[in-house]
Ligand binder design. Structure first.
Ligand SMILES: Cc1cc2nc3c(=O)[nH]c(=O)nc-3n(C[C@H](O)[C@H](O)[C@H](O)COP(=O)(O)OP(=O)(O)OC[C@H]3O[C@@H](n4cnc5c(N)ncnc54)[C@H](O)[C@@H]3O)c2cc1C
Length: 327
């Protein structure tokens, strides 16, 4: 077996847009195949919707609440994450269904931190355009800067943002428009004293689709509660100012769990693209020449596992294409 077989991307530069689980999974696999990988994300943290906010009253996962593992490849990956302490089971009072619920450690974003190995991540870098110039790709950023000379590009951002970056590349990226994503307004409330409504999680309380006590997750301290408005309410109030959303969500949380003691921290977060309403129905999208592709949950389903599967599948296909053209 030659070096090219082991590292088919040797000497190639790859840009990955998006440091959620899809982008970081792809980045890791492409780096292992020999590529020099640079990840760019517009936010300050890693993990995208696998998000944990540190508050005065303790940490709170304000994006994905938990995840499940159904397919063998993701199950094997999760088993390794458990071994290194990046994931753990969660059995809250009020859990429904038979499937194991898992959480990232010490917060949801901890699930992906361990993926960052063998490549660089640049944060607060919003990519606004991807141009192809003489067979190589140049990224433009919101601040007017550019990064040039990439041989491959992975776009791993929510569908509407991917459409903006890949619209000019034609098929198969015209299929991005098949995906639809719903918003989610989320309330984070860190309480000054514990409460006990008799459950740790509950679904569908009026306009709230989910209420959860963070401290019921392994390794979390403090009395922090999360309340997520359902997609319909979130869409109706999408452009409302955060203060009026906070004022509307607090009484809803109180209706679900009882009166709240004084808050050490209270804020709302708007996820404009939270949950996949309609998926494209493919694992990933890749140009016929295998040089530019898209990954994300919106291709498959509104789940962490789907985002991982998409990023992993896209990277594998890019590596296979490179190996085939080298062979
Ligand atoms: C409120 C909420 C609750 C959820 N609950 C669950 C749950 O209980 N179980 C479950 O399995 N899943 C849940 N999910 C869904 C889960 O979080 C996602 O399926 C998964 O995290 C998506 O990963 P991703 O890598 O595809 O995208 P993301 O995590 O969205 O990552 C995309 C990244 O791209 C970056 N980005 C976007 N545009 C640009 C740009 N132009 N330039 C640079 N960077 C850019 C973003 O900052 C982000 O970091 C939930 C999501 C939310 C929001």
């Amino acid at each position: 077996m030659s070096d090219t077989d082991l590292h088919p991307l040797d000497g190639l530069r790859v840009a990955v847009v998006g440091a959620g689980i899809a982008g970081l999974t792809a980045a890791r696999k492409l780096a292992k195949a020999g590529a020099e990988v640079s990840v760019f994300d517009k936010s300050r943290g890693l993990g995208g919707r696998l998000a944990t906010r540190r508050t005065e009253g303790g940490p709170a996962d304000h994006g994905a609440q938990y995840f499940t593992a159904r397919e063998p490849a993701f199950k094997a990956w999760v088993a390794r994450a458990k071994l290194i302490g990046a994931a753990a089971p969660w059995v809250p009072r009020g859990k429904d269904g038979e499937e194991e619920w898992l959480v990232g450690m010490p917060g949801m974003s901890g699930l992906v931190t361990a993926l960052v190995d063998g490549f660089t991540v640049a944060q607060e870098r919003t990519v606004t355009a991807i141009h192809e110039i003489e067979g190589r790709f140049t990224l433009s950023f919101a601040d007017g800067a550019e990064a040039a000379g990439f041989d491959r590009v992975v776009v791993a951002v929510p569908a509407p943002q991917a459409a903006g970056l890949l619209g000019a590349y034609g098929a198969p990226f015209d299929r991005i428009g098949l995906a639809a994503m719903a918003p989610c307004w989320t309330l984070i409330a860190a309480l000054s004293a514990p409460i006990d409504p008799g459950f740790d999680v509950v679904r569908d309380q009026g306009a709230l689709q989910w209420v959860a006590r963070s401290a019921s997750k392994p390794g979390r301290e403090g009395e922090t509660w999360i309340a997520q408005a359902n997609p319909q309410w979130s869409a109706e109030h999408l452009e409302d100012d955060p203060e009026s959303v906070r004022a509307a969500l607090v009484p809803m949380l109180e209706a679900a769990v009882g009166p709240l003691p004084a808050r050490l921290y209270e804020a709302v977060h708007r996820w404009r693209y939270a949950l996949v309403d309609k998926a494209v129905g493919e694992t990933f999208l890749l140009s016929p020449d295998g040089r530019i592709g898209a990954a994300g949950d919106w291709l498959i389903a509104p789940r962490v596992e789907a985002a991982w599967t998409s990023g992993d599948g896209l990277a594998e296909a890019m590596v296979a294409k490179a190996a085939a053209s080298a062979g």
